[in-house]
Design a protein around this ligand. Structure first.
Ligand SMILES: NC(=O)c1ccc[n+]([C@@H]2O[C@H](COP(=O)([O-])OP(=O)(O)OC[C@H]3O[C@@H](n4cnc5c(N)ncnc54)[C@H](O)[C@@H]3O)[C@@H](O)[C@H]2O)c1
Length: 341
């Protein structure tokens, strides 16, 4: 893999995972950090020893990176990514694609307009790299599970009022573009639509059950997603639980009932209709930031750089990432919440 000089834009919570991965992957070098909060920037440059900048523009002009990682809040995703794209710099951007569909479309359009020699743009849906997700997708592609009759998915996690108070953008429509669905459950929505071949129709409702005095956005959602061919996924998600439960995705197939579990004890259990049971454990997790978000972030980052020279776009790009955004925005529209309501 060619050596790559990387700039980081946004030095908050998730940036730690990116900085660790850049440090761990041979050939990658962090060469600069941009953050528009001077105190955050000072801490980050002291911890890493690289030069700091107040904006994406200054970072790119100052250190001329090959790529940038955009780890800013949702409403600050697209401008830094477009700035990088215009300068011919590759972009690895955090999820969601954007806080609105219109903003997301700006990046999709800019990438299309840049033509076949455009820089690469990847979006961090790292749960697609979990062993269980990859294995299940391969089994669905091979046909061995038979037709999928339907699915169930849940994200039942705990968040506190302090989680929102610490970073107020997370609780606002203007900053985050939504709550639980766009920030947490989006990973599972993305997995469901990826595994089930897309989503044709959406029904459902979102609500703010526990944190209405701290946030404008939803903390609970229940959806019924209809996939091509007519199978449905029942989807439940909430941040009101006392503790995080493992993410669940379960598929009722002609030949087996398949249960995918997230988290440290996670993996895949395949209960074949003939009585056999196959179990696949998830990768073991290490310490630090990665024990929380999993090792798959690093796998996605590694894959992004290993395929940078390939002629085709990165497989999880802006177009691919519009789908989860479209689903959750439709749930907001149906519930009469958000700026368009
Ligand atoms: N893939 C995952 O599993 C995962 C996990 C956590 C967070 N995230 C995503 O990462 C992103 C950041 O989340 P976080 O919790 O680290 O947020 P955060 O608020 O902790 O950090 C964001 C940082 O960006 C800085 N910033 C804001 N606008 C900027 C701009 N225009 N230019 C430069 N810096 C700017 C802020 O000052 C802040 O330091 C979000 O999109 C979030 O959804 C992804």
């Amino acid at each position: 893999m060619a050596n790559r000089r990387i700039g980081l834009i946004g030095a908050g919570d998730v940036s730690v995972v990116h900085i660790e991965a850049i440090h761990d992957i041979e050939g990658l070098e962090l060469v600069g950090i941009a953050d528009n909060d001077p105190a955050v920037l000072a801490r980050a440059t002291e911890a890493t020893g690289v030069p700091g900048f107040a904006s994406a523009q200054e970072l790119i002009g100052g250190v001329h990176p090959d790529s940038v990682h955009v780890t800013t809040p949702h409403h600050e995703h697209i401008d830094p990514s477009l700035t990088a794209l215009a300068a011919g710099v590759h972009v690895l951007q955090e999820k969601p694609l954007a806080h609105t569909l219109e903003e997301g479309q700006r990046l999709v359009d800019a990438l299309a307009a840049a033509g076949p020699d455009a820089p690469k743009v990847g979006i961090c849906f790292q749960n697609r790299y979990n062993l269980a997700s990859q294995h299940l997708r391969r089994m669905l592609d091979s046909g061995e599970l038979g037709a999928v009759n339907g699915a169930w998915a849940s994200v039942v996690w705990a968040r506190s009022a302090d989680y929102y108070r610490a970073k107020p953008w997370r609780g606002t429509w203007d900053g985050s573009g939504g709550g639980l669905l766009i920030n947490q459950a989006i990973h599972t929505l993305d997995l469901v639509q990826w595994l089930m071949g897309g989503v044709e129709t959406i029904d459902g409702h979102v609500a703010t059950r526990k944190f209405a005095d701290v946030i404008e956005v939803e903390d609970t959602a229940e959806l019924l997603l209809t996939h091509p061919g007519g199978a449905t996924t029942s989807f439940y998600a909430t941040l009101t639980a006392p503790q995080d439960r493992p993410v669940e995705i379960e598929l009722d197939c002609a030949n087996a009932y398949v249960s995918l579990r997230g988290g440290t004890e996670g993996g895949l259990t395949i209960r074949w209709k003939d009585g056999r049971v196959d179990v696949l454990g998830e990768r073991s997790l290490t310490s630090g930031g990665r024990s929380y978000w999993g090792v798959s972030h690093e796998l996605l980052i590694r894959d992004f750089y290993e395929t940078l020279e390939a002629p085709e776009p990165f497989w999880i790009g802006p177009g691919e990432s519009m789908e989860s955004l479209r689903i959750l925005k439709e749930a907001y529209r149906l519930s009469g919440v958000g700026p368009a309501a």
